[in-house]
Write a protein that binds this ligand. Sequence first.
Ligand code: AMP
Length: 216
Amino acid sequence: MYVILLGPPGVGKGTQGVLLAEGLGWERLVTGDLLRQARAEGTDLGRETQRFMDAGELVPDNVVIGMVKERLAALPGGTGVVFDGFPRTSAQASGLSMMLTALGMKIDQVVVLEAEDASLVQRIAGRRSCPSCGAVFNVVLAPPVEDGVCDKDGSALQHRTDDAPDTVQHRLDVYRTQTTPVIDYYEASRATVHHVDGEQGVDDVQTAVVSALSIA
Ligand code: AMP
C-alpha cells in the first residue's frame, strides 16, 4: 500500500508520517531527508542540490524522481510506503505513477494536511530538527525533554537554514504554485484524496488521518 502525505511546509507531514509509518510498520520515503543526508555526506547529489534547497526552490524533477526510483527499488516487495514531501510537482506525480505501474502498483490514498500561512510561519519559526535521526521538535508546541537536545539520540538540534523567515515565505509560495496542482492530479485519478485540518493538535490530526485512511 502506498500513501502520500501532502501539504505545505510546517503543516506536520513529518510528525504525522512518523506516527503513521511506526503504527503500521511501513517505510517513510522523505525526499527532504534524503537530500539533507546527501548534503551531510558531501555526495555529488548533495552538492548539486544544495543551492536549490538553500533558496527554498524545488530541486529539479529528474534528480528527485531518480532518487525516489532508487530508494523504491531497494525496498523489499510488499513494503507499505508513506511518501512525505514527494511528489511536489505534477511531473513528479506522473513520474511516480510510471514507476509504480512498472511494479504493478499504484497510489492508494492521498492525505492533504491543510493550515493557514500565518500558523505555518509561526510553527516553522519554532521548529528544531535532529541532523542525525531527522526527529522534529518545536520549542513551543513539542519541546524536547532537554533544551536543544534530541530526545531520541542526544544530538544537538538545529534550526534549518531554509527555515529562516524570508525563505519560508518563498517556500510557501512555491507550494501554492507548484505543489497544489498535485492535489488536482490525484483528484482526477483513481486515488482517494482526504483533506485533513492540520491546525489541530498532533493527536487530533493523527486520529483524523488514521480514520480517513481506515487502515489502522
Ligand atoms: P522539506 O524538508 O520537505 O521541506 O524539503 C526541503 C527542501 O528540499 C525543499 O525546499 C526543496 O528544496 C527540497 N525538496 C524536498 N523534496 C523535494 C521534491 N519532492 N522536489 C523538489 N525538491 C524537493
